[in-house]
Design a binder for this molecule. Structure first.
Ligand SMILES: NC(=O)c1ccc[n+]([C@@H]2O[C@H](COP(=O)([O-])OP(=O)(O)OC[C@H]3O[C@@H](n4cnc5c(N)ncnc54)[C@H](O)[C@@H]3O)[C@@H](O)[C@H]2O)c1
Ligand SMILES: O=P(O)(O)OC[C@H](O)CO
Length: 377
């Protein structure tokens, strides 16, 4: 027997993905192309059948062929039966209800990874926090994956990077190993808060970009909102214990660039429709897929208020959604919360405190005055 024929082939990991929308299905392909045997749980039996038999998900990923190592079922018990890894990709606002039903079906001790980018209305919890509280599991078993990850581009195997984060570096590394293939590379970190909030907050900024795009403003306006949006995102995440460098990475700036610049983004698309004058109700009705940013605006602003973080861009997005601000009036104010005079630009500050944003801003302004000899610079 030759040396090659005696080589031990490692067993293929058995992975379950909950959710067969555009991201659940795309991520299943990422995992299968990385060497896993994947079972997708789809709510609708006809979709499970299409994925299982035709290796297609024509509603969400037209023209994409799925690998033969993906199967699907609408029976969640069967989907989870012998899973070694679970990935969850269902709309954030329905996560809790689904988890309650399948709580007892998840095998003991395996890593559970959130692929979602929203916060829960009512509780303001991040998706990893909902997983932890409903499943009552050790946070070391929980991971989140985020980054500039527009599903259709990845389904077409365009090279992409992501970041997998867990309180346990070992869990992050195990998950990243299965979530890596020739066109998809997963990095790791242990800043779950920064990683998750990056994915949530860039959706709100992408809605703002869509709004000004819909109104007809150009690249200067969009660049201004992206840059000031990143400051808002960072202030918020840091106030909640995230690391500023995470927000400068794939899960923050990276995702912000991808989402703000692409017509594939549902958040960007929803914003564009608002900017063109459609009402919030009309936009929700016309969206075929989940635009998480629309549901996350209110809980994010509540969380921001609790920590004294100013989020002028997000606040004005919420006013457009509520119909109290005309989209055409949004851009001149979007990049500032203060029209009483010039402010210091204050971009990213590695020495930011973890909370007390209002006090920090007041101090920063006083410093700006001292530095520049007048109010702001
Ligand atoms: N699509 C992307 O490019 C992308 C990329 C990264 C992250 N995400 C995140 O992934 C998550 C899922 O997004 P998506 O793009 O797959 O959304 P989607 O709208 O394409 O699909 C959502 C899926 O969930 C199902 N669903 C809807 N309500 C449900 C419920 N009550 N219970 C169970 N299933 C339900 C739908 O039938 C659908 O199959 C979101 O949090 C999104 O932010 C999406
Ligand atoms: O289509 P969106 O707006 O949900 O964005 C998809 C991903 O989050 C991009 O990383």
């Amino acid at each position: 027997m030759s040396r090659a024929s005696r080589a031990v082939v490692p067993p293929r990991p058995r992975v379950t993905v909950l959710g067969a929308g555009s991201w659940g299905t795309t991520f299943s392909k990422v995992l299968a192309d990385g060497g896993a045997d994947v079972t997708v749980w789809a709510r609708r039996p006809e979709l499970a059948k299409e994925i299982r038999e035709a290796k297609r998900n024509s509603d969400y990923l037209p023209g994409v062929n799925l690998p033969p190592t993906i199967t699907a079922t609408s029976d969640v018990g069967r989907a989870l039966a012998d899973a070694q890894f679970v990935f969850v990709s269902i709309p954030s606002q329905s996560l809790r209800g689904n988890l309650v039903e399948l709580k007892t079906l998840i095998p003991e001790g395996i890593p559970i990874t959130s692929l979602m980018k929203g916060v829960e209305k009512g509780t303001g919890l991040r998706m990893s926090e909902v997983l932890e509280s409903v499943l009552e599991i050790d946070p070391d078993r929980i991971a989140v994956a985020s980054g500039p990850n527009l599903a259709l581009e990845i389904a077409k195997e365009q090279p992409t990077a992501a970041v997998v984060s867990s309180a346990s570096l070992e869990t992050a590394e195990r998950v990243a190993m299965v979530a890596t293939n020739r066109y998809f590379r997963s990095f790791v970190n242990t800043d779950v808060i920064g990683t998750e909030f990056g994915g949530v907050l860039k959706n709100l900024i992408a809605v703002a970009i869509g709004i000004v795009d819909g109104v007809g403003y150009g690249e200067n306006t969009k660049a201004s909102i992206i840059t000031r949006g990143l400051v808002e995102m960072t202030d918020f995440a840091v106030a909640y214990g995230g690391h500023p460098e995470t927000l400068s990475g794939l899960a923050g700036l990276g995702d912000l660039i991808a989402t703000s610049g692409s017509s594939l983004s549902r958040n960007n698309t929803a914003g564009r429709l608002l900017g063109q004058g459609y009402s919030f109700a009309d936009v929700v009705k016309s969206m075929q897929q989940t635009a998480e940013g629309l549901a996350s605006v209110a809980p994010v602003l509540t969380l921001a208020e609790a920590k004294g973080v100013d989020m002028p861009i997000c606040r004005q997005v919420s006013q457009v959604l509520a119909g109290t601000l005309d989209p055409r009036d949004i851009a001149p104010h979007l990049t500032t919360d203060d029209d009483s005079g010039p402010q210091g630009e204050r971009t990213l500050d590695a020495k930011q405190d973890h909370g007390g944003g209002a006090v920090r801003r007041a101090l920063q302004r006083a410093l700006d005055q001292l530095r520049h000899g007048r109010r702001g610079a």
